[in-house]
Design a protein around this ligand. Structure first.
Ligand SMILES: [Zn+2]
Length: 396
C-alpha cells in the first residue's frame, strides 16, 4: 500500500497545498481504489472551479499543481511532465485518457495567447452547469473524506501476524498435574477387582480419595497449576505433564507412606490374578486379565519421581502427628526397588508420560481415621510439597 503515497511524495514540483491535500486524502480514504476515485473527483471539481474563477475575472491562485502536469496511469503511478506549450496543448493533453492539467496563473501568462476559436460554445448556462457540477462534486468528496475518516480502515492498517493471546501463552508455561482418586470407578483393565480399602472417616477409601482429590485440585489451581483429574482407569492414556499423583489410604493395620516410579531393567508394572487379586508379581499369571499398553519409566522419570516424593514427605510428615489425629506410623519415602512393590510398580505409572509419578498412602484406615478426616489439612500439605517441587524444578 506504500506505492501511491510514495509516488505522491516523490513528485518533484507540487505545490505545498496540493501535496497536503493528497496526504490528507491518503490518510482518510479506506482503499487505494477509493483514493483514485476521490482524486479524480477533486480534480474535476478543481478544473470546473478554475474555469469559473477565470470566467468571473478573479486573479491569483488557481487550484492544482504549478509548473507540472499530473497524470494518472492505469497503475496509479503519478508522473510529471513539462509545461504544455499552449492552452490548446494543455487542454488537449488534459482530455487524453482522462488526464487533467492545472497550472498557476503565472504559467498561464507565460504561454502564448489562447486560441479563441476553441471555445465558441462556452455560454453562461454552461458555466452555471460547470459551477453546479463543481459544487456537487466537492460536496460528495468532502462527505466521503469525513465518512472514511471516522471508520475502520483495514486496507491501510499494516497487518501483523495474529498475536497469541496471553492466556494461551501462559497456559503453555503452566505445569499440568494429573490427580488420580485411587480406585474411583471406572477401573483400569486388569485391576478392576482392586476397589480399595473399607473404613476410614467416610466409610470407604474411595470416598476419602475423591474428597482429597477435589480439595487438592482447588489448592493447586489457586497456585497456578493446571489440574486434570482421572479415575482408576488412567484417562487419557499416555498423558504428558509435570506430575501424576495417585491418592490413597492403607487398609487397617497398614501405615502412611509415599511411593514413586522406579526404573528397573526388565521390570514393569505389577500383575495379579484375574482382574487384580492375589499377590503382585512382575510377570503375568496365566489367568491375568489383559492390560492396556504400558508407557516407559526411565531413569529420568525415577529421579524426578524420587525428588517429588521427598518434597511431599517433607510437608506431609510434619502434619501426620498425634495432635492432628494420627495414631499410626508414617514410613516416609519407599526405599526404591526394595520398597513396597504395590507402591513402586503401581500400574498408574505405566499409563502416563508425566515427568514425575508418585503415590501417597495418607494413613491407615483404623489408627489414622481421625487424621484422615482432616481432608483440608492433608490437601494443604500435599499442595505445599507439590508446589515446592514445581518451583525447585522451575516448572512453576
Ligand atoms: Zn488404595
Amino acid at each position: 500500500m506504500a506505492t501511491a503515497p510514495a509516488a505522491v511524495m516523490a513528485a518533484p514540483a507540487m505545490t505545498v497545498m496540493t501535496r497536503a491535500v493528497l496526504v490528507v486524502m491518503l490518510a482518510a480514504v479506506p482503499t487505494r481504489a477509493v483514493f483514485v476515485v476521490m482524486l479524480v473527483a477533486v480534480a474535476a471539481a478543481a478544473l470546473a472551479l478554475g474555469r469559473l474563477v477565470r470566467t468571473v475575472g478573479m486573479t491569483g491562485f488557481r487550484f492544482g499543481c504549478a509548473h507540472r502536469w499530473i497524470s494518472f496511469g492505469r497503475d496509479n503511478e503519478i508522473q510529471s511532465s513539462a509545461i504544455p506549450r499552449s492552452h490548446a496543448d494543455a487542454d488537449a493533453g488534459g482530455r487524453r485518457a482522462g488526464r487533467l492539467a492545472f497550472r498557476h496563473r503565472d504559467d498561464r501568462d507565460a504561454i502564448p495567447p489562447h486560441d479563441s476559436s476553441r471555445s465558441p460554445g462556452r455560454t453562461a448556462p454552461r458555466r452555471l452547469l460547470l459551477v453546479g457540477a463543481a459544487v456537487v462534486t466537492a460536496g460528495i468528496v468532502g462527505a466521503a473524506v469525513l465518512a472514511s475518516a471516522g471508520t475502520h480502515r483495514p486496507a491501510l492498517v499494516p497487518t501483523t501476524p495474529t498475536a497469541t493471546p496471553r492466556s494461551l501463552t501462559s497456559a503453555r508455561l503452566r505445569p499440568i498435574v494429573y490427580i488420580q482418586a485411587g480406585h474411583q470407578p471406572p477401573g483400569e483393565p486388569g485391576y478392576t477387582a482392586q476397589t480399595g480399602a473399607s473404613g476410614g472417616p467416610f466409610g470407604t477409601e474411595v470416598a476419602f480419595n475423591v474428597r482429597l482429590a477435589r480439595a487438592l485440585s482447588a489448592r493447586l489451581r489457586a497456585s497456578g497449576v493446571i489440574v486434570r483429574q482421572t479415575p482408576a482407569k488412567v484417562t487419557p492414556w499416555g498423558a504428558r505433564g509435570a506430575v501424576f499423583i495417585s491418592l490413597h489410604f492403607d487398609a487397617a493395620g497398614g501405615s502412611a507412606g509415599i511411593g514413586y516410579a522406579v526404573h528397573q531393567r526388565g521390570r514393569g508394572e505389577n500383575y495379579y490374578q484375574g482382574e487384580g487379586s492375589g499377590t503382585a508379581r512382575p510377570v503375568p499369571y496365566p489367568n491375568s486379565a489383559p492390560h492396556r499398553k504400558a508407557t516407559a519409566v526411565t531413569t529420568a522419570v525415577q529421579q524426578s519421581s524420587l525428588r517429588l516424593a521427598r518434597d511431599l514427605a517433607a510437608t506431609f510428615g510434619p502434619i501426620h502427628t498425634r495432635a492432628n489425629g494420627a495414631r499410626g506410623r508414617f514410613r516416609g519415602v519407599e526405599p526404591g526397588a526394595r520398597g513396597n512393590v504395590r507402591m513402586q510398580f503401581f500400574y498408574g505409572y505405566y499409563r502416563v508420560n508425566t515427568r514425575a509419578r508418585v503415590l501417597i498412602e495418607c494413613g491407615a484406615a483404623d489408627l489414622d481415621s481421625a487424621f484422615l478426616g482432616r481432608v483440608s489439612l492433608i490437601a494443604g500439605a500435599i499442595d505445599k510439597g507439590l508446589v515446592a517441587y514445581l518451583h525447585q524444578t522451575k516448572q512453576l
